[in-house]
Design a protein around this ligand. Sequence first.
Ligand SMILES: Nc1ncnc2c1ncn2[C@@H]1O[C@H](COP(=O)(O)OP(=O)(O)OP(=O)(O)O)[C@@H](O)[C@H]1O
Ligand SMILES: [Mg+2]
Length: 412
Amino acid sequence: MRTVASVDIGTDKIVALIGEVDTYGDVHIVGVGIAKSRGIDKGSVTRLEVSARSIASAVREAEEMSGQKVGNVVINVSGPSIKSQNERDTVNISPSPVEVEQDHITRLLDRSIAKGKEDGYEIIHAVPRRYTLDDQEGIEDPVGLIGSKLTAQVHIVKVGTTLSRNLEKAVTSAGFYPTSRIASPLASAKAVLREEEKDDGVLLLDIGAGLTDFVLFLDGYPVITGSIPLAGNNITKDISYFMKVDQEEAERIKKESGVALMDMVKEDEILKIKPRGEVREVTIEKRRLAEVIQIRLEEILEKIANHIEALGFKIENANAGIVLTGGTANLTGIKEFAERFMDLPVRIGKPADLVGLKEKIEDPMYATAVGLLRFGVSPEGLISERKVAVNNNSPKVRDFFDKVKEFLREIL
Ligand SMILES: Nc1ncnc2c1ncn2[C@@H]1O[C@H](COP(=O)(O)OP(=O)(O)OP(=O)(O)O)[C@@H](O)[C@H]1O
Ligand SMILES: [Mg+2]
C-alpha cells in the first residue's frame, strides 16, 4: 500500500495527515497530527527554527498515530502573493486533420506557462480548461480526437518566490521533503466541493485565522484563485479592541457567543465578559458583539467580490452559490450572513467522503489538509487540477507529468 502525507501550514495551526491509498485509489487516513502554528503568519515564515519545530511536532504526532515514517510531504502555499491569470493559446497540429496526442497538450501548456512567467513569482499550477478543436468548442479531453488546430484556456496560479522558498526551507529544516506544493484555495476546493457545484459555478471561501483563501469555479474549472490577509484573527482583534478585553478573552467570546448576523440576535440578549485588567465581569449586549463581527465579515466578502468584478467576472454566474470553509466557517450565523450579504445560496463545506480517522477531521478547519492529501494521491497533483490526467494512470500520462515537472523546474 502506498503512503502519502500532507502538511497544511496555517496561521493558527499546522495539520499533518498520513494516508494509505488502497487498490481503488481511495485514501484511508491513518495518522493525524495537529500543532499550534508558530513562526508562521498568513502563509509566510516569520521565524525559521520555530516554524520548523511546529511542523515537525505535527508530523511526529501523525507518525506516532499511524506507525508510519514520513519523508515526502505535500504542502500548501498561500498568502496575499497568490495570484492567477487565464491564458488562451493555440497549437497548430497539422495542415490536414490528424489524431491529437498528449504532446500537443504539453506544447499548449508549455506556452501558457511561459506566458505566465513573471519576475519574483513561481508558477505552481497550470490548469487547462475546456479545449476547442478546430471550430468545435467544449472538448473535455482532446487526446485521440481528430483535428488540425487545438486551443485551450489555461488557468495559471503563481506565488511569490520568497514566500515559497522560505516555506520549503521550513519544511526541509523540519526534516521532510516537500514533493508538491498546492495553492491552499485549490486544496480546500478539492476537499469540500462537489463536481456539479464546480460545473454550475461556485465561489469557495476558506476563512481561516490570518487568510481568506478563495477560488471561483465556472463551467467546472477555476478562473480566479487568490487569498487576502483578513480572516478570523481580525475578528478577534476587533472584539478585543471594541470590548476592551484581552485577545484570549476575545477569542473565547467569539467562539462561545459570537454571531455573524446582527439580526439573528434579540435586542435584550446580554453577555458577561471580563474587561482587560479587571477582576469583575461586566455585561454587554450580544447584538453589539455581533455588529463588530458582521462589519469585519462584510469587509472580507466585499474585498473578494470587488476583486472578482475587477477581473471581469460576475459572482452571480456562480449558480451553485458560495461554499464556506476554514475555521471561521464554524462561526454561528455565518451561512445566514453570507446568504443575506451576497444574495446567493450558501453552504458550509466540511471535508467529505473520508475513510479512516474521519471523526477528528470532519471540520471545515481541516479542508486544506484533506485536499492536499487528495492532490498527493493523484498524478494531477503535481502541477494541475483534473482533466490533464483524467481517466489516466497510464505510463504515458506519468511521462507527461514528469516532463512538465522537469520543464517547470527548468524555467523556474
Ligand atoms: N466555533 C468558532 N467560531 C468562530 N471562529 C472560530 C470557531 N472555530 C474556529 N474559529 C476561528 O477559525 C480560525 C482558525 O481557522 P483555521 O484553522 O482554518 O486557520 P489556519 O488554517 O490555521 O490559518 P490560515 O489558513 O488563515 O493561515 C481562528 O481565527 C478561530 O478563531
Ligand atoms: Mg488555513
